[in-house]
Design a protein around this ligand. Structure first.
Ligand code: GLA
Length: 370
């Protein structure tokens, strides 16, 4: 999408910087990032795009294509208002905290990463703002630091206590590759995805929120606290300190802590197995690991929903699909599946047809892209 005509129409001058970041789908390694564990995200075709130009004063003015509205604030006066503008405010606040000199700017933003879909609409927006401002004001920030800044922004003014996976994936991810990240050391390496494989991503139609403002215990924030409690009960600093050989000890914990810890420990092992299977081009094995990961997220970690479980169940009996699992934080969102290259669209559409017939939901096929 060419945003320049809109930028000129809105701000009566040309833009000087273009920045962009993809959304991400996590292939496997869920709820492991904040437990110092392993993850394997890859970019999706949908992205956030922005144009920027500096202003002479300290105002920030942003026009959002999706919201069809312009909103603004003064640098130094950032305050949460529970709107999309909080994400920009959070970034400028963190940049200032880190000692970077900013001026005001105008921007236009457009994103086709669906909100609340488990595909990092927030992180892609945050990373795009940070990369745009880096270029606009010649700031010395590495791509990893961009990710860390975006996480600080989300943890800070936005108020969602998320881990660092999404921001790393959006800042560093490359199409056709997955990023194996170890959150104990922040070491990462690219894993080339097999040419024979196609990712199928279906948005269930159920959206979620990570901020944890909802009541009850079925939310992201509570899962993090449960992991911390499990660590305290087990006498470890992080769940990463535990291995498959510790599962017997873990099983002795009271509910729900046994399940939460078991998910994280087994999921870390599945990430490494998935990397090996991808490198060997063994889609059958990758698929088995996807199903195992989903079962663990649903039963042990309790972040799935009946509708999402149904999509995975339908995928199991759909010809051409090797494996399927809930991706992202959960409580709604999307399912990622694996198919042979060229077979993904038909298989994905078959799954959606049956899912819609059984639930009346409105799913969307997000990948393969149209
Ligand atoms: C969300 C968070 C990530 C990660 C995932 C679950 O996407 O933003 O940090 O915890 O959930 O794997």
């Amino acid at each position: 999408m060419n945003l320049e005509p809109l930028f000129v129409q809105t701000f009566h001058s040309a833009s000087t910087v273009h920045a962009s970041s993809p959304g991400r789908v996590n292939l496997i390694g869920e709820h492991t990032d904040y437990n110092e564990g392993l993850v394997l995200p890859t970019p999706i075709p949908q992205r956030c795009e922005m144009l920027f130009a500096a202003r002479a004063d300290d105002r920030v003015e942003i026009y959002s294509v999706q919201m069809q509205t312009q909103a603004g604030y003064a640098l130094g006066a950032e305050s949460a208002g529970q709107t999309w503008l909080d994400y920009a405010q959070a970034i400028t606040q963190e940049l200032a905290r880190a000692g970077h000199a900013l001026r005001g700017f105008n921007a236009v933003v457009s994103s086709d990463v669906p909100l609340g879909s488990g595909l990092s609409s927030s992180a892609s927006f945050l990373v795009t703002v940070a990369k745009g401002l880096r270029e606009l004001f010649n700031l010395e920030i590495t791509d990893v630091a961009v990710a860390q800044l975006a996480q600080a922004a989300e943890n800070g003014l936005v108020g969602a206590r998320v881990g660092l996976m999404d921001q790393m994936a959006c800042s560093l991810g490359k199409a056709g590759e997955a990023l194996l990240i170890d959150f104990r050391t922040l070491e990462y390496r690219s894993i080339r995805l097999p040419e024979t494989m196609e990712l199928v991503i279906v948005h269930s139609g159920l959206t979620h929120s990570l901020a944890g403002h909802e009541s009850g215990t079925r939310n992201y924030k509570t899962r993090r606290l449960e992991c911390e409690r499990a660590c305290a009960l087990l006498g470890v600093k992080s769940l990463r300190d535990l291995e498959l050989s510790d599962l017997e000890r873990v099983a002795a914990l009271p509910a729900p802590f046994a399940g939460r810890a078991r998910h994280v420990i087994t999921e870390n092992a599945r990430v490494l197995e998935t990397v090996a299977a991808l490198e060997a081009g063994d889609l059958q094995r990758v698929g088995e690991l996807f199903y195992a990961s989903h079962a663990s997220m649903s039963a042990d970690y309790d972040v799935s929903e009946p509708e999402i479980d149904l999509i995975v169940q339908i995928a199991r009996r759909t010809v051409g699909i090797y494996g399927a699992r809930l991706t992202g934080g959960g409580f709604g969102g999307s399912v990622v599946m694996i198919a042979d290259r060229g077979a993904g669209r038909i298989a994905g559409e078959a799954v959606m047809l049956e899912y819609t017939a059984q639930t009346g939901q409105s799913p969307r096929l997000l990948s393969p892209a149209v």
